[in-house]
Design a protein around this ligand. Structure first.
Ligand code: NAD
Ligand code: TYD
Length: 339
């Protein structure tokens, strides 16, 4: 089988490439990525040594390019991870989110239709459901929860999901969608909360916490997300949405304190900063459907996953130091300098 993985030079896509190469060595993998600030070829160094893996640089919204690639390669499966993925950046500059996340998705859908792809899978997010109140622990997102987005990022992801479902209904394109909670693990870009805490704490730098730090996220170790997507593309029912999450809700403050403790760093590093505009309060996934239909179970809980993740960052200092010493330095100053 030949699988196109878009956005594979980013965090989750790269982890998925390694997962597929390990678990399905008979398959051929092509990664399409245009290497934005979030894409890093260094991450794919080991994959590039595998004869069943190839990297192609290009934009998922570049129609002629995407169509010629599909014509040449005859993909069986397309898994679309490529996206602008950071909520804070979407608040600063929404337009690129529309271009990549919406136009890019429809371009891939059109090419999948034209060249007879057997399965198109869209990697989506629980953020399309909006947020839940902090004082209703009984509420969780199911696949039936209405879309009710807050940020330009989640709005663009929800728009893409609706196009994917429209291509199923209108053209019978065999699609699936997964909506996952917050991921963490190896190769996570240090603008996101967990790698930001680890990298800054290791350098004895302050940790910016938005608002009161009471917002809740439902954390999933990235390998568990990969195993879920792998099951969906092979055994999932077309036209269906599957939520992915492992019941690991934590407040942001709990996450920060857990990591500081594990690194033996003082809580005095915490710096409360102005809250994010429109900040979602709480995410929580009900994963009953994927558990009962596909037999998916996560291998990690937050305690085991965060320990492995911290170890990874300790052992891969060069990977993240190259990022934080580059262009990212200017981003950090711009976003947090006067906050
Ligand atoms: P990321 O920002 O780390 O990686 C995105 C990748 O897409 C980068 O390699 C980038 O170069 C590439 N890309 C961006 N625009 C492109 C374009 N126009 N053409 C080709 N490639 C392009 O993101 P991530 O955290 O790995 O997220 C991957 C997917 O998973 C996204 O669709 C995101 O919405 C979704 N998701 C992420 C999380 C999370 O916690 N990170 C949770 C749920 C869902
Ligand atoms: P983030 O990693 O950006 O993921 P998302 O917004 O998609 O859930 O942020 C996770 C949580 O951490 C979110 O509630 C915002 C908060 N946060 C901070 O408090 N400080 C920070 O510097 C960042 C990046 C995030």
């Amino acid at each position: 089988m030949k699988i196109l993985i878009t956005g594979g030079a980013g965090f989750i896509g790269a982890n998925f490439i390694y997962y597929e190469l390990e678990h399905h060595p008979e398959d051929q993998i092509v990664c399409l990525d245009n290497l934005t600030y979030a894409g890093n070829l260094e991450t794919l160094k080991e994959a590039l040594e595998n004869p069943n893996f190839r990297f192609v640089k290009g934009d998922i919204a570049d129609r002629p390019f995407v169509f010629s690639l599909f014509e040449k390669e005859k993909f069986d499966i397309v898994v679309n991870f490529a996206a602008e993925s950071h909520v804070d950046r979407s608040i600063e500059s929404p337009e690129i989110f529309v271009k990549t996340n919406v136009l890019g998705t429809t371009t891939l859908l059109d090419a999948s239709r034209e060249y007879g792809v057997k399965r198109y899978h869209q990697v989506s997010t629980d953020e399309v459901y909006g947020d839940l109140p902090l004082d209703r622990k009984d509420l969780m997102f199911t696949e039936e929860t209405p879309l009710h987005t807050s940020s330009p990022y989640s709005s663009a992801k929800a728009a893409a999901d609706l196009f994917v479902l429209a291509y199923y209904r209108t053209y019978n394109l065999p699609v699936t969608i997964s909506r996952c909670s917050n991921n963490y693990g190896p190769y996570h870009f240090p603008e996101k909360l967990i790698p930001l805490i680890i990298s800054r704490a290791l350098n004895d730098e302050t940790i910016p916490v938005y608002g009161t730090g009471e917002n809740v996220r439902d954390w999933l170790y990235v390998e568990d997300h990969c195993s879920a997507i792998d099951l969906i593309i092979r055994n999932g029912r077309v036209g269906e949405v599957y939520n992915i999450g492992g019941h690991n809700e934590r407040t942001n403050l709990e996450v920060v304190k857990t990591i500081l403790k594990a690194l033996s760093k003082p809580e005095s590093l915490i710096r409360y900063v102005t809250d994010r505009k429109g900040h979602d309060l709480r995410y929580a996934i009900d994963p009953t459907k994927i558990e009962t239909e596909l037999g998916w179970q996560p291998k990690y809980n937050f305690d085991t996953g965060i320990a492995v993740t911290i170890d990874w960052y300790l052992n891969h200092r060069e990977w993240w130091e190259n990022i934080i010493n580059g262009e990212y330095k200017n981003y950090y100053e711009k976003m947090y300098g006067n906050r």
